[in-house]
Design a protein around this ligand. Structure first.
Ligand SMILES: NC(=O)c1ccc[n+]([C@@H]2O[C@H](COP(=O)([O-])OP(=O)(O)OC[C@H]3O[C@@H](n4cnc5c(N)ncnc54)[C@H](O)[C@@H]3O)[C@@H](O)[C@H]2O)c1
Length: 360
């Protein structure tokens, strides 16, 4: 499926983040002709050492022969001058916007961070894309940006389809992600910016995010603390392995949406939205069971670990939803791909990485 990127320049925001660094790594290793310009604020929402580790991994790969090139700038996309200057200097062909304040629960504690990165930051990216065509320049050929499964709120119908009405977000995070889709649609219609929003479903894997449940569970179990399983374990999540997310992004990048003439005789917005999820929701208790087995297998936990003594079933949290379940039919039809990494395999790779990273 991958045909190469013919010397294209990528601007990748959030390049030291979990998904951004994983995508950059794959691009560098498989597409030696690409130039990646990475920007990340390196904020301390979670352990900065993990962001530095991912960044130095990319810089090491890029210093080797026969890889793409990678240049990094520490900066905030909410700063308009920074974004404008990046676009002026590098004139990216492809923009992948992954920088955002992620996490549902933190949006209750620190709403400002969401408005800054997810709304002002994304608006700056859109404005820069718009002006990339000034003076007859080719400009941005595709803007791909991260949305989230959280836009589905407490959607009753499963699986979640991009055709479903998503006007009932249950967290500020979800509201900012839905706003991104609306803003991108408007900019794409007004200025003909080919753009695609991707609704990722609970992404996990090596060098993942320590603020997410699976990572936090591993930390707590290792420290001998109790883990809390919300909604008394009656939660289902469509856990999606990082390599599947990266594969999905790579395929989507190569197929920018086209303008079509609508029923009104006017061109439609070259804008599309897809789900990227494993389309196999797993009960949280089952997930935790497999995670525990894999942590034991990787020797992060001892063979005789008393799991029952470290497990606490608690009520639902504010902003959480009982199930996420992706309908990925559109992704399959348009791009011939659906995530397919089995949960045990993905958690095995996470547990092995975890052991190495923390030198257990
Ligand atoms: N991981 C998931 O399960 C998941 C699910 C749905 C959506 N998403 C979305 O995917 C994207 C990437 O997520 P991730 O899991 O890699 O998160 P992450 O937090 O690991 O990565 C985001 C990166 O963006 C950087 N950043 C934040 N605000 C910035 C700003 N204003 N300017 C520059 N850099 C900034 C952070 O320092 C971080 O390194 C985010 O938009 C997130 O909302 C992730």
């Amino acid at each position: 499926m991958h045909t190469g990127f013919n010397n294209k320049t990528f601007l990748l925001t959030g390049s030291s983040g979990f998904i951004g660094a994983s995508l950059s790594k794959r691009l560098l290793l498989e597409f030696p002709e690409v130039t990646i310009i990475g920007i990340d604020s390196m904020n301390d929402y979670y352990d900065v050492r993990l962001k530095e580790y991912r960044l130095s991994g990319l810089q090491t790969i890029a210093s080797e022969k026969n890889t793409g090139s990678f240049q990094f700038q520490k900066g905030n996309i909410a700063d308009k001058a920074t974004v404008t200057e990046l676009f002026r200097k590098y004139q990216p062909d492809i923009v992948v916007n992954l920088a955002a304040q992620a996490g549902v629960r933190y949006s209750i504690a620190n709403p400002d961070a969401y408005i800054e990165s997810n709304l002002i930051g994304f608006y700056n990216i859109l404005e820069a894309c718009r002006h990339s065509y000034d003076d007859g320049k080719t400009g941005v050929q595709h803007l791909v940006y991260a949305s989230s499964s959280s836009v589905y709120g407490s959607n009753k119908k499963v699986p979640y389809s991009v055709e479903d009405k998503v006007d009932n977000p249950v967290s500020l995070y979800a509201a900012t992600k839905k706003s991104n889709e609306l803003l991108a649609h408007a900019y794409s219609k007004l200025y003909n910016i080919p753009s695609t929003g991707l609704r990722f479903f609970t992404v996990y894997g090596p060098a993942g995010r320590p603020d997410m449940a699976y990572f936090g569970f591993a930390d707590k179990l290792r420290a001998g603390k109790k883990i809390q399983i919300f909604n008394y374990g009656n939660c289902q999540r469509d856990f999606t392995y990082i390599d599947d997310i990266v594969e999905g992004i790579l395929r989507v990048i190569q197929g920018p949406p086209k303008t079509e003439i609508g029923e009104d005789g006017l061109p439609s917005a070259p804008h599309a939205v897809y789900n990227i999820g494993n389309h196999q929701p797993v009960n949280l208790l089952e997930f935790v069971e497999i995670l525990q087995q894999e942590l034991i297998r990787a020797e992060v936990l001892p063979q005789d670990y008393n799991f029952e003594a470290h497990k606490e079933l608690v009520p639902m949290q504010l902003g959480d939803v009982p199930i996420t379940y992706a309908d990925t039919e559109a992704l399959r039809q348009e791009f011939g791909f659906q995530p397919n990494t089995p949960l045990r395999e993905g958690l095995r790779r996470f547990a092995q990485w975890y052991r190495e990273f923390y030198q257990i």
